[in-house]
Design a protein around this ligand. Structure first.
Ligand SMILES: *Cc1c(COP(=O)(O)O)cnc(C)c1O
Length: 236
């Protein structure tokens, strides 16, 4: 079952890239494995997937210990400042950075571990109830402030689009994200001396809308249900 799911997702990604005239290598599939047991992750690993996404620190650390070390772990959930120290040397990319406060702790832990932390700044594009993410208007300032911190590398932007019945509804939001990344990159590369900022990565698109996200420029798509099936939160 998982093999068929994965095949279908890969095929959809191939097709979306083709429609958009993009090279398949520009898009990385992150298998979002939250709540799923280790043997299921191993099965997907055996089918060739090396990038996994988790949204809880404890779960990421547990799975990190149990699965092969060549996996790239993406921290896709909201990260509490006091838990940064547990994942700083385990996550290849921290997707949900939306405050200077959190970025400072990531910077501090990265310096302490003598490494560079890769992060994405989370944008609140849905503009409704979602609590997380910086408003688009404040994103440039936040990126500029974070870029001055040591041990931290801002790779791009991330967004969680609202759940919609018709994925096309999210197309304008994805397009807005791409424009925002381009605008911030050009603005800051002109103005901030000695700091190289290239927001090349766009983490957007989930099971429901990753094809549209790819057509609008996503470089990371985060697919959970489409690969692993529905999540059962009652068992954890
Ligand atoms: C759970 C989750 C996903 C995956 O959602 P699906 O709809 O199951 O593909 C993607 N991104 C984030 C941030 C998530 O928390």
């Amino acid at each position: 079952m998982l093999e068929n799911n994965l095949k279908q997702v890969q095929e959809n990604i191939d097709n979306a890239c083709e429609r958009a005239g993009r090279d398949r290598s520009e898009v990385t599939l992150i298998a979002v494995s939250k709540t799923k047991p280790v043997p299921m992750l191993q099965e997907i690993y055996d089918l060739g997937i090396r990038e996994f996404g988790e949204n809880k620190v404890q779960e990421l650390c547990d799975k990190y210990e149990q699965l092969p070390k060549d996996i790239k772990w993406h921290m896709i959930g909201h990260l509490q400042t006091n838990k940064v120290k547990y994942i700083i040397d385990k996550a290849c990319l921290i997707h949900g950075v939306d405050s200077l406060h959190l970025a400072k702790e990531i910077s501090k832990q990265a310096v302490k571990h003598n490494l560079t932390a890769n992060i994405l700044v989370e944008i609140n594009i849905g503009d409704e109830e979602t609590k997380f993410g910086v408003e688009a208007d404040g994103a440039c300032k936040l990126v500029e402030e974070i870029s001055k911190l040591p041990g931290i590398n801002i790779k791009g932007l991330m967004a969680i689009a609202p759940y919609v019945v018709e994925p096309e509804e999210n197309r304008p939001l994805f397009a807005k994200m791409r424009k925002l990344a381009v605008d911030i990159t050009s603005k800051l590369s002109d103005n901030v001396e000695g700091v190289e900022i290239h927001l090349d990565e766009l983490s957007m698109g989930m099971t429901n809308d990753y094809c549209v996200a790819i057509e609008e420029g996503a470089t990371y798509v985060r697919v959970g249900t489409g690969i692993f099936g529905e999540r059962d939160y009652s068992i954890i």
